[in-house]
Design a protein around this ligand. Structure first.
Ligand SMILES: NC(=O)c1ccc[n+]([C@@H]2O[C@H](COP(=O)([O-])OP(=O)(O)OC[C@H]3O[C@@H](n4cnc5c(N)ncnc54)[C@H](O)[C@@H]3O)[C@@H](O)[C@H]2O)c1
Length: 380
């Protein structure tokens, strides 16, 4: 059976989803939706999609879709996902799943109640190099897994947490077989973040237009505890210029290291291995590039060497075909966003925040709401 796919939101990442649907066998990209006619027309012309909508509800009611990719900014993911679930459509939501756990829980419940799948598009874990690294870890090729380090691209930390942070949390969840707790320290212009430093993402980060709701801090040091005892370290701080090639895990084991980083010139991931737990550039020429056969990067006859959305789109499509949950389906879709809330919760309490969090409210908005109004505010 050929699956009917649609996309809501025709901006940057939608191209990656559209290419994926267009290249997967037995999937037709039949409809697109955007409130901006120019964005809609550009993407629809590019993929020769004739069914074009500016209202996602109308698209859901009309098109008989099997799956929809939600590619708008995070604050709209819940509204669109719940509407899709009510129309019986499986949902692949872009990350972050939402801006807070209350909304994210509603997404999970709405999809479960409607009997449709919901997954969040963290594509890294499905790529051949990440899968290969995980197989090496499981096989003991780097001894006992000790830690994984990731660094942001250089945007303000509160913004970056929602963009790259969630990807890093997902990959750590993948490599560490689950995250037990999170400890976060957040600063803004050098001082510990307080309630007065909470702001909208557009105020914190002027260089990226995406709406990530309420955020805080320009610098974060995040420590994660894995369920099997390994640690994750995520460092997010402002840096000029932005370095996309910094992203990628550095994985340390008791008997070796692995690194997966995009080549700065090509942007294509490379996996490197070193047979020591500690290494120095001048003294460790044993860093060796691990090459995988091209077949590993081939999906339906096409090569996909980078962290393309094809990997998460394919997982959802396979789940529909095989009548099972996608890998990041159900409550698993929540983990990376749980970590975001846990960072702030930990920062404000000074203690580790254990997953899943009991309090599902947005950790920043609830603190803003608990500040007593000043007399001036009341008069206004
Ligand atoms: N998985 C990844 O690697 C990856 C990479 C980039 C972006 N993203 C995520 O994808 C999401 C979108 O990012 P982007 O860079 O594509 O943003 P974008 O601003 O380029 O595109 C968003 C689009 O959504 C449209 N839109 C807004 N409201 C709408 C509505 N009610 N109905 C239909 N369309 C609507 C906008 O007009 C715009 O065209 C974000 O959550 C971002 O974090 C994920």
């Amino acid at each position: 059976m050929t699956l009917r796919a649609g996309i809501v939101g025709c901006g940057g990442i939608s191209r990656s989803h559209a290419t994926a649907y267009a290249n997967l066998r037995d999937v037709d990209l039949v409809a697109l939706c955007d409130i901006q006619p120019a964005a809609l027309q550009t993407r629809a012309d590019e993929y020769a999609v004739s069914n074009r909508y500016t209202d996602f509800r109308e698209m859901f009611e009309t098109e008989g879709l099997d799956v929809v990719s939600v590619c708008t900014h995070a604050p709209l993911h819940a509204l669109i996902t719940i509407a899709a679930a009510e129309s019986g459509i499986n949902v692949l939501s872009e990350k972050p799943l939402s801006t807070d756990l209350e909304n994210a829980d509603q997404m999970v419940t709405a999809c479960a109640d409607a009997g449709v799948r919901l997954a969040v598009s963290h594509q890294y874990r499905f790529t051949p190099l990440f899968c290969h690294a995980k197989a090496w870890i499981q096989a003991g090729r780097i001894g006992e897994l000790r830690s994984i380090r990731e660094v942001g691209k250089g945007r303000e930390a509160g913004f970056e947490l929602m963009e790259m942070g969630v990807h890093y949390f997902d990959e750590m969840d993948f490599f560490m077989d689950g995250i037990e707790w999170v400890h976060g320290q957040v600063t803004y212009h050098g001082h510990a973040v307080g309630v007065g430093d909470i702001m909208h993402s557009s105020e914190l980060c002027k260089t990226d237009r995406r709406d990530n709701g309420m955020v805080a801090g320009d610098t974060m040091l995040i420590h994660l505890g894995g369920k099997r005892g390994a640690s994750g370290v995520v460092e997010l701080y402002r840096r000029e210029p932005l370095h996309g090639w910094m992203m990628g895990p550095h994985i340390l084991g008791s008997e070796g290291q692995l690194m997966i980083k995009p080549n700065p010139k090509t942007g294509i991931d490379e996996m490197w291995y070193c047979p020591f737990d500690v290494s120095f550039a001048a003294h460790t020429p044993q860093w060796e590039r691990i090459l995988l056969p091209q077949e590993d990067f081939t999906v339906d006859g096409q090569l996909w060497p980078d962290r393309h959305s094809i990997w998460s789109v394919r997982d959802m499509v396979n789940a529909i075909r095989e009548n099972k949950q996608p890998e990041l389906g159900g409550s698993k879709a929540l983990t990376s966003l749980e970590c975001v809330s846990a960072v702030y919760e930990s920062h404000f309490t000074g203690a580790r925040a254990y997953l899943p969090l009991e309090d599902r409210r947005h950790p920043l908005i609830k603190r803003l709401n608990s500040v007593p109004s000043s007399p001036a505010r009341e008069e206004a």
